[in-house]
Design a protein around this ligand. Sequence first.
Ligand SMILES: [Zn+2]
Length: 276
Amino acid sequence: MVPLTAFSQGTRPTAAQIVERIKANVGVPWHEPTVDVFKAGDPDAAVTGIAVTMMATLDVLQRAAARGDNFIITHEPVFYSHLDSTGRLESLRDPVFLAKAEFIREHHLVVWRFHDHWHARRPDGIRTGMVRALGWEKFQDTEDGNVFHIPSTTLKGLAGDLKKLLDIRALRVVGDPDAIVSTVGVSEGFPGFEVNRDIFQRRGVEVLVIGEAHEWETVEYAADAVTEGNRRGLIILGHIPSEQSGMKECVRWLETFVKDVPVEFVPAREPFWIPE
Ligand SMILES: [Zn+2]
């Protein structure tokens, strides 16, 4: 991290200018419609610092503001739906929504989402960060980036490694803890049942590692696959831990072409805990 004093005052780029640089560097055409748009604040505000996060929770916004960052780049939505549609929350005068929106206003924060195009990068920016965090570069299938051939271990052993490497409190597993696995399918975030099923059924995949899923879709499917002896297990990391390292990767990338304002990673906290 570069000390703040290295950045001169008075020549700050605006948030809109930072986004233009991202578009110029991302390496894939900019597709519309996209969720990668400004969600709150004034895009023409001068940027004092960039906080990159997996999910712009109020807790993340508070920590970013306290550090003097006014431009928040978030992978996931701010207002609880994929498109950040706030109409209903506004008309209901929802207190949670109003408090968050007020915090953003009060602290003159600018929030922009970086989701579609970070995933669209080749290789996918989120996957790159995940692979780096796990040290799985050498295990990735040369033809199928969702598939990894790891040294044989038990389902329990794999789950324990993932829990440790990704620093997860509330990881969940479906399947026999002692089942032997070596071919792993990976599906970060929430791509939905169709994508999860597709990766799970790819040749050789024994265990699927996901971010989150509807329990009555992917999880029921995985339970049936285990009962039938078709597959060995499912590991649910949680959405934030499954993509967090992918946004850490985003900081590394941004620092290659944003040198006039500080870029910091502000990790979103895993929301869950489990009783001892
Ligand atoms: Zn994602």
